[in-house]
Design a protein around this ligand. Structure first.
Ligand code: IPE
Ligand code: IPE
Ligand code: MG
Length: 259
């Protein structure tokens, strides 16, 4: 009874068997709940962000081991500047610690780092850490670990529209030639092609909203929400989310194969 109101949390599935032929190529994650994780332990919010960084390391390796092609992680939004300065400063320093300790493991696992967002607005030390990691992993041709840093979907779309308008103004493109491909190419996920669009979008911590993430790209993504807070997210939670994804019937506006 009341099953309709009690949608099962994917993370409650245990002992999941995954179909290795249907691993989502691009998984995007809205890593949420660090602050509440810390608060529930009577710790400062930044303790949650620190633990969240350890989760990023574990999930990167787990996703790479599963054969995921692109893992996009929402690390800092264009709206997160509204937070207290101390918290923002801590979040800006996190990529420095992350890459300082983790680049050798990324290389060992053949993982290539990419970053999307307004990186030029980040503090100099953060930019240096990010650019070094991109450079150090540029020859890795396994999974792409794509961080969304100072990223916002509306800003991305505005920038993309400006680029396209400029091409029209310069006579490189006519208005009639603008199509899906033109828009795809103008967005920050263009370099991820052919995996620009996430197959699976996961949001942790029980919030069920998009918060300005990849709004064009998730048009046909499967959305999975779990109550698990990001610092508690494990390889097993990831597998459970993928199992939920594999139980879905992706129709893209058509009809199911077996109907
Ligand atoms: C996600 O955790 C990390 C960032 C948004 C940078 P939060 O910091 O949003 O954690 P809650 O939502 O306050 O618990
Ligand atoms: C979204 O989480 C941004 C990141 C995970 C980086 P928020 O915690 O900022 O989103 P809202 O404010 O709850 O929508
Ligand atoms: Mg949050």
């Amino acid at each position: 009874m009341f099953a309709f109101f009690n949608k099962k949390d994917p993370a409650d599935m245990d002992d999941v068997q995954l179909d290795t032929n249907r691993i989502p190529a691009h998984i995007a994650v809205i890593m949420d709940g660090n602050g509440r994780w810390a608060k529930s332990r009577h710790l400062p919010r930044i303790a949650g962000h620190k633990e969240g960084m350890n989760t990023v390391k574990k999930i990167t390796i787990a996703a790479s081991d599963l054969g995921v092609k692109v893992l996009t992680l929402y690390a800092f939004s264009t709206e997160n500047w509204k937070r207290p300065t101390d918290e923002v400063n801590y979040l800006m320093q996190l990529p420095v610690s992350f890459f300082d300790t983790f680049v050798p493991d990324l290389i060992k696992n053949n993982v290539q780092v990419q970053v999307m967002g307004y990186v030029d607005k980040l503090p100099a030390a953060t930019q240096t850490a990010v650019n070094n990691a991109i450079e150090e992993t540029k020859d890795c041709d396994g999974m792409v670990l794509n961080f969304a840093l100072n990223y916002g979907s509306r800003a991305e779309i505005v920038t993309g529209v400006q680029k396209i308008a400029q091409q029209v103004a310069d006579g490189q493109l006519t208005v009639d030639e603008i199509d899906d491909t033109t828009v795809d190419a103008a967005l920050m996920t263009a370099s991820l092609a052919p995996y620009s669009d996430p197959d699976l979008l996961i949001r942790t911590s029980g919030e069920e909203r998009i918060s300005n993430f990849l709004m064009w790209q998730i048009a046909y993504s499967e959305l999975v929400f779990t109550d698990v807070k990001w610092p508690d997210f494990t390889a097993a939670t990831l597998k459970a989310c993928i199992a939920d994804y594999q139980s879905r019937d992706r129709r893209f506006g058509g009809i199911a194969d077996n109907k």
